[in-house]
Design a protein around this ligand. Structure first.
Ligand code: GDP
Ligand code: MG
Length: 194
């Protein structure tokens, strides 16, 4: 028969990675360019039907600031799932994501479903600049428009990291909605059926 599952889900990751934007996209189908920083944490819920079940996600969108770190366990404790978000244009946010993964592995539910979201995938379109305007694109993730400005986290690097650490990985865009429903859907499929 059809099962109803309530699933507490927490979003973790650096400030500015796009946690609130992913939730806003998933729950309300909206995106804003100047999303306000989250204070403490925000709660939203959304229901999703997958093959054999209806999953009600109870979503905790955390702030990400270091000064709120001590509050984080309140949100991930007892969570059935976590989405750890980084910004694909921001190396520090990727490092921060790895820290969250370590913390969850040490302190979270052992059967927690963990997803890694490389957000702002729409910014990859910046790669489509004319060849003469760019230099050093490719291996190692250095990419630039004339001047070398940005280090990108390569899909492959994140994919390997995710595999080694028992997460599943998707590049997402809250802006264009790419893989937003998909990541929640994949979590819903992986939740234990009681
Ligand atoms: P949070 O601190 O992790 O909750 O990040 P926010 O959701 O507040 O987003 C930080 C900034 O990044 C905001 O200005 C958003 O508009 C922007 N942003 C979020 N997601 C995306 C995305 O997928 N693509 C682009 N281009 N910008 C995004
Ligand atoms: Mg936020």
């Amino acid at each position: 028969g059809n099962k109803n599952i309530n699933a507490k889900l927490v979003l973790l990751g650096d400030v500015g990675a796009g946690k609130s934007s992913l939730v806003l996209r998933f729950v309300k189908g909206q995106f804003v360019e100047f999303q306000e920083s989250t204070i403490g944490a925000a709660f939203l819920s959304q229901t999703l039907a997958v093959n054999d079940a209806t999953v009600k996600f109870e979503i905790w969108d955390t702030a990400g600031q270091e000064r709120y770190h001590s509050l984080a366990p309140m949100y991930y404790r007892g969570a059935a799932a976590a989405i750890i978000v980084y910004d694909i244009t921001n190396q520090a946010s990727f490092e921060r994501a790895k820290k969250w993964v370590q913390e969850l592995q040490a302190q979270g539910n052992s059967n927690m479903v963990m997803a890694l979201a490389g957000n702002k995938a729409d910014l990859l379109d910046a790669r489509k600049v004319p060849a003469e305007a760019s230099c050093g694109a490719g291996v190692g993730g250095n990419f630039c428009h004339g001047r070398c400005l940005k280090v990108w986290i390569m899909y492959e690097e994140a994919q390997i990291y995710a595999q080694e650490n028992g997460l599943f990985f998707m590049e997402t865009s809250a802006k264009t909605a790419t893989n937003v429903n998909e990541i929640f859907c994949e979590i819903a499929k992986r939740l234990p059926r009681v």
